[in-house]
Ligand binder design. Sequence first.
Ligand code: SAM
Length: 253
Amino acid sequence: MLREEARWFQQQIAALDPTRVYPMLDIGSSTKAVRTLEQPWIETSLFKPARDKGYTVKHVDIKDAPGVDIVGDVSDVSFLHSLSSEGFRSVLCTNVLYCFTNREAVCRGLVELLPIGGYLFVSCPYRYPLIPEPLDTNYRPNTAELAKIFPNTKVLATTTVRAQLSFASKCRRLRRYFANSRYQRLKFAIRMLLPFYRPREWLQTITDFSWALKTWKVSCVVLQRYEPTQQGKKITSIYGERDAVPTAEVAAR
Ligand SMILES: C[S@@+](CC[C@H](N)C(=O)[O-])C[C@H]1O[C@@H](n2cnc3c(N)ncnc32)[C@H](O)[C@@H]1O
């Protein structure tokens, strides 16, 4: 997560009634080491202020590692369904949707694990290089496209964050994405000297690394769950069909 992105979400969350934001579910949270050491602004901007006030945040990731409270595959909608009884009031889902080939189902599942009025804080790379690990589907939505993929939600706020990254720091990130080990870096250096061997592949590598010269951007949205509430109308859900809640009842909640 970019520093600027964490700051924007921090401001959005601070403007809301915390009793309606927590407990929060952090989807694709990564590990404690990433949140506190590699990108410490995630912890200081987003989680420490909440925990200091006694609010609960649960971190979910497919990796079984320190700092992950619930290990599971978010792309498995039955796993998401199993979280719906936990009473979460908001979902933080940052920089992970690009990993899913079934993102429509995942987004619907994320909405449906919240109560009416629950919040979703979502971000996704917009102008950003490919992130090879674990899987990048090259999903790069603008804010409108990102908001649209979450059914039965209204948009509360959007922004496109521009990364304030220096050339050197973009190179470091690209190196981490594409040439993490010494061996890979040596291979890369040799490969750059051979443009006529598999020229397409060579050109792709140049394109990947040309990101060091561009501005990286991330789409961020804050959404709130509502439900189409015509009495008697059936709502189709990933969990099957159920009756719509009458408008008056929703308003009373
Ligand atoms: C780029 S990191 C994002 C970390 C953090 N949310 C942020 O914004 O910096 C993506 C995370 O999503 C996790 N992830 C990828 N696919 C997943 C899946 N199917 N279920 C759960 N977590 C997944 C990865 O393990 C990784 O920790």
